[in-house]
Design a protein around this ligand. Structure first.
Ligand code: OGA
Ligand code: MN
Length: 210
């Protein structure tokens, strides 16, 4: 069985959970309504102040630029579109906690823009010393004709598939299990990358509270 859930099934939570349970990742080609997609895209293109992204806790800008070249802005939850998106994510959080016992505690996300030549080298979505990112979500806000594919790898570093961004699609995958990369963009590409986190206590410090 493929881990792609077909058009029309986008909010069929049973199909999403089944595919996720089996594969640890799921691609939903029609997750966002056209209306919400265009409101979020408009914000990413015209209102967000996108700035060069950082990586984890590294402070070295030049090193960062070798690893990733996207520009990002974290959600502030102020606009209707952001609130609507966060409400959808809260729905997913509830379903995943109920059905997969993931203990998801909160959600953080940012807009991202990749212009021609921008990329994100192969990586795993966890900060060293913190293992509280459980589930990664990426929503794609525009369709590109080429470039900017998400390359997803398995635990053995074998390529699972390459996904060409299409407007309204969403991919979900287990954050620490699947290395992935964004291949160099050709068309400008807008997305929302997000992470559900669990409540991790490291050295007695409750992390999501920080
Ligand atoms: C990330 C990331 C993938 C994508 O932001 O950590 O891997 O397809 N994004 O945008
Ligand atoms: Mn990533």
């Amino acid at each position: 069985m493929s881990a792609a859930v077909n058009a029309g099934d986008a909010l069929n939570f049973d199909a999403i959970i089944d595919a996720f349970y089996q594969h640890g990742w799921v691609w939903l080609p029609n997750f966002l309504s056209a209306e919400l997609n265009s409101a979020l895209l408009h914000e990413a293109q015209h209102e967000a102040e996108l700035t060069p992204a950082g990586i984890g806790r590294l402070g070295d800008h030049q090193l960062n630029q070798q690893v990733r070249r996207d520009a990002t802005q974290w959600f502030d939850g102020q606009s209707n579109a952001q609130q609507h998106y966060l409400a959808l994510m809260a729905q997913l959080q509830t379903v995943f906690n109920r059905r997969c016992f993931l203990g998801l505690f909160d959600f953080e996300c940012h807009f991202a823009r990749y212009r021609q030549g921008d990329y994100y080298q192969k990586h795993v979505d966890a900060f060293s010393g913190r293992s509280n990112r459980v589930l990664t979500t990426v929503s794609y806000l525009n369709s590109v004709s080429r470039g900017g594919e998400l390359a997803l790898y398995n635990e053995h570093d074998q390529l699972i598939d390459k996904f060409l961004p299409t407007a309204g699609s969403l991919i979900l995958f287990e954050s620490e299990r699947f290395p992935h990369a964004v291949l160099p963009a050709i068309d400008t590409r807008y997305s929302i990358a997000g992470w559900f986190r669990k409540n991790a206590s490291i050295n007695g410090v409750l992390d999501p509270a920080s």
